[in-house]
Design a protein around this ligand. Structure first.
Ligand SMILES: Nc1ncnc2c1ncn2[C@@H]1O[C@H](COP(=O)(O)OP(=O)(O)OP(=O)(O)O)[C@@H](O)[C@H]1O
Ligand SMILES: [Mg+2]
Length: 266
């Protein structure tokens, strides 16, 4: 069974002054296997962020459904869907959305706010994820005292502090230089190597080549996967990433069918 099933999803945003509204997703169907790393590419305005927020249980589709780990996400009540989000999902936003008046550890702790854990345990968990992203030494800095790459890493720390099985990331390397973007990519590959399923929007073909598969979207519709260029499914390390990457990639390769690029048993 697939871990994530997107079935015939459509999205029409109601448009003031228009009867019909703007249709930004049409009949989108896709599946992600558990432990898969899948990238989503497409031109600006093609519906990538919309699809990601629909997968992230925070944007109701107009049609179709999203099933994650057997749970029909939008059939849940709002309250149960909020619980579902905090249990299953980590979301890295295109604009990070860090709280400017909270320091790094407080930002990283935010998703833990509603959990019944003591304050000390929440700090311990937040510090552990800051360590994972290399920011333990900067726990008391405000976001504006961090570089762009560090802010990106903090956004990832916040997304994974709940240890979610599914991480959704919207262009996490979009605003970064090649080296810093490479570090962020390495972090995602590392998370994926530890079993987290990752779905990432990217404009960078070098990032996409590091994923198991890449989906392509245009004008709100996914291209059939067989139309994707073959190179997109290979997992050659990108230029500019350091030499630890190939070992990481080889470690992961056993989980997937190397011909179809799909997980076994899907
Ligand atoms: N809340 C909204 N209300 C109305 N229209 C919206 C809303 N959010 C997005 N759109 C429109 O939906 C379309 C797809 O937007 P979306 O943000 O999903 O694109 P994207 O592929 O992520 O683009 P980019 O690469 O620029 O981030 C765009 O035309 C956008 O203007
Ligand atoms: Mg977007």
């Amino acid at each position: 069974m697939s871990f994530v099933v997107v079935e015939n999803v459509g999205k029409t945003y109601s448009d003031r002054g228009s009867r019909t509204g703007a249709t930004v997703l049409r009949n989108v169907s896709a599946r992600l296997g558990e432990g898969e790393f899948v990238c989503l590419m497409g031109p600006s305005g093609s519906g990538k962020s919309t699809l990601l927020t629909i997968l992230g249980a925070m944007n109701h589709p107009s049609e179709g459904k999203v099933v994650i780990d057997g749970i029909d996400v939008y059939a849940l009540s709002d309250e149960r869907r909020a619980d579902f989000r905090s249990e299953y999902l980590g979301f890295v936003f295109q604009q990070h959305h860090l709280m400017p008046y909270l320091n790094a550890i407080e930002n990283a702790m935010l998703p833990l706010a509603t959990l019944r854990l003591g304050a000390a345990e929440k700090r311990r968990r937040a510090l552990a994820v800051l360590e994972k992203v290399g920011l333990a030494g900067k726990a008391s800095r405000l976001p504006n005292q961090l570089s762009g790459g560090e802010q990106g890493r903090l956004a990832i720390a916040r997304a994974i502090v709940n240890d979610p099985p599914l991480v959704l990331a919207d262009e996490p390397t979009g605003t970064l230089d090649t080296k810093t973007g490479g570090e962020i990519m390495k972090l995602f590959l590392d998370l994926n190597a530890r079993g987290q399923t990752i779905f990432m929007v990217t404009h960078n073909p070098a990032n996409a080549r590091l994923a198991h598969r890449t989906l392509h979207i245009r004008d709100g519709a996914l291209a059939p996967e067989s139309d994707c260029p073959r190179e997109q499914t290979s997992r050659t390390p990108a230029d500019g990433l350091d030499s630890e990457l190939p070992a990481l990639m080889i470690d992961r390769s056993g989980d997937f069918d190397s011909l179809s690029g799909k997980p076994f048993g899907d």
